[in-house]
Design a protein. Structure first.
Length: 371
């Protein structure tokens, strides 16, 4: 898909942002009230996308905002890893790797089949759009790896929407607690907005976050990490957490999270055009087929997990859910599930990020062997 949209003047860009930014905030707030999955990202995609489609021009975003957004997303991706006990990570490492293999294999196969069905979709774009987990990270990785981040974003958030809506309904049949209505009410309060972000942030914590934003990507490039703009800040966050004094909170404050989520949405929506939407629309049947196939594979893998780790199917299903981590954690918390849920999800998230980061080399190897 072509990225060669006409570039507006600076004055026009400023005027459009004066409309897009407040409208995105309003839409995100409304989406949050109605518990729309990934409310702030989707609101920004809708508003920025509408602006790009109506004007026929892209909506360029300041580089500093883009760097800040992807750095905060990396910090958020690192937080579950920091909070998980090392003992749990080691105990569930092998099951997590096996579950990751299932979901990654389905994503890679589905993505390659998708790319073969449409010449406009590259193998990198197809695979990144089909990998389950880390939906907010995938568009950033896609942009770094030269894939079509617009198509990746649309596919990822469609999957997130489907999984988020079906999780409370499906788990109702085997949850060990309460009623479905009660569970959905609690999940709706904790998820889809920004959750419980009432933690206090000190000046020192803000300085640490500033350091991650400024030094994360250069560190990633210095270490020759794949997708350095994401993995660099993520690695720096984990490293700093091991040396910071106890009690220092490096979780981004609510405003930072909102801005980061909207920055991802603006990046994707601001570059939308009719060509991108037409290609995505043509692939909707195949995309839905893949989503439900992936959910079926994960549900089958959950059966294996129940016998392997001697846990309930409720815990296993949540642990293998293909994405919608916020919904998973809310349901897990109310259902008093064990640490297996968050640990397996973390291990798979790390596997997904590793696969995505090294994707070009992996695809070259696969395609060479196939030929």
């Amino acid at each position: 898909m072509s990225d060669s949209l006409p570039r507006p003047t600076r004055g026009v860009i400023a005027l459009r942002w004066a409309l897009v930014a407040p409208l995105s905030l309003m839409a995100g707030w409304v989406f949050t009230i109605f518990h729309v999955p990934a409310s702030w990202i989707l609101a920004a995609i809708v508003v920025a996308g509408a602006c790009a489609l109506i004007t026929g021009q892209d909506l360029p975003m300041a580089k500093s905002v883009h760097i800040f957004g992807r750095s905060m997303i990396a910090v958020l991706a690192a937080l579950p890893l920091i909070s998980a006990p090392t003992r749990d990570l080691l105990h569930y490492l092998l099951p997590g790797v096996v579950i990751s293999f299932f979901t990654v294999a389905v994503g890679v196969i589905g993505g390659l089949l998708l790319s073969r069905s449409r010449k406009e979709i590259s193998p990198e774009t197809g695979v990144l759009s089909m990998l389950a987990g880390g939906a907010s990270v995938m568009p950033v990785l896609a942009k770094e790896l030269g894939a079509d981040f617009r198509y990746v974003a649309l596919s990822q958030y469609l999957r997130l929407l489907v999984v988020s809506m079906t999780l409370p309904l499906v788990t109702h049949f085997f949850a060990p607690y309460g009623t479905g209505a009660e569970r959905r009410a609690v999940a709706g309060l904790e998820v889809f907005g920004l959750g419980e972000f009432g933690t206090s942030t000190s000046i020192f914590s803000l300085a640490v976050l500033a350091l991650i934003v400024v030094a994360g990507e250069p560190l990633g490039r210095l270490l020759h990490l794949p997708a350095a703009a994401v993995l660099g800040p993520l690695l720096l966050t984990v490293g700093l957490s091991t040396v910071l004094p106890a009690g220092i909170n490096i979780e981004p404050p609510t405003l930072f999270k909102i801005l980061a989520f909207m920055a991802i949405g603006w990046m994707c929506g601001g570059a939308l055009n009719l060509t991108a939407l037409k290609v995505f629309a043509k692939q909707l049947p195949a995309t839905f087929l893949f989503i439900f196939a992936l959910m079926a594979v994960c549900a089958a893998a959950a059966v294996l997990l129940t016998f392997w780790l001697d846990i309930s199917y409720f815990e296993a299903y949540l642990a293998t859910s293909p994405g919608a981590l916020e919904t998973v954690l809310a349901l897990s918390s109310e259902g008093e599930a064990g640490p297996v849920v968050v640990t397996i999800q973390i291990i798979r998230l790390l596997a997904i990020l590793a696969i995505a980061g090294w994707l070009p080399g992996i695809l070259r190897l696969i395609l060479r062997n196939r030929n």
